[in-house]
Structures are given as C-alpha cells and as structure tokens.
Design a protein around this ligand. Sequence first.
Ligand SMILES: [Zn+2]
Length: 128
Amino acid sequence: MTINPLRTRAPVEASERPRPTKRQKTAAWNAAGGICHWCGKPVAPDGLDVQWDHSLPRYLSADDTADNLAPLHVRCHAQKTSGEDRPRIDKAKRQEKLAAPKVKRRNGFTRPPGLKFDWSRGRYVRTP
Ligand SMILES: [Zn+2]
C-alpha cells in the first residue's frame, strides 16, 4: 500500500488573528451609526446577525483598529468578501508574485568544488 503524502501532512495552521475587542466593536458600531456598510440597513447590535468587516481587507492593510472595522450583516459580509475583497486580494497576490525575485532554475549539474573544465582534454581536472 502506498502512502499519500498529501493525506499524511499535518493540517496547516491558520495564523492567529486578534478578535475585535468590545471597545473596538462599540467604537465601530457608533461610527457606522448602526448601519450596515454594504446594504445601508440597520444592524442589530445583539451580535446575532452582525459580523465585523475589515473595510480595507486585512490582507492588504493588516489594520485591526476600530477605524477599519465596520458592522455588516452576515449575508452582506459574504457578498462583500466574495465580490469586492477577494478580487482585490487575489490581484495583490498576483502582483506580489510578479514583483518577487525570479528563482534561477539550475540544470541539475553543479561543478564539484576544486575542479575546472579542461577544454583541451574535454573533461574536468583538479586545479592545483
Ligand atoms: Zn447589510
């Protein structure tokens, strides 16, 4: 029986992200006037149908302050994430990939140290 390495690999740990504090939620809720940033309808502050959205996606800003938080309905949050945030994050990732230094591919052969190619003999020889 063969072992599938993809199945035996340990699960990838998601990075720990700080949860918004009660004070941050209150500040964001007051700044928004209790209005959902996506649909413009009131959000109940009871926490049942509210999610705390990063107005500028966390991946792009790393901003967890109350200024960047806004209350959204759960459904509105899903729409914003898939319709607005996800394309921006994907574009940022594509740009990061393009800007990253190119990894030079090697042809698989590395010259052993202390050897030099002798063209007259057509082979590697030890250097004195
Ligand atoms: Zn909404």
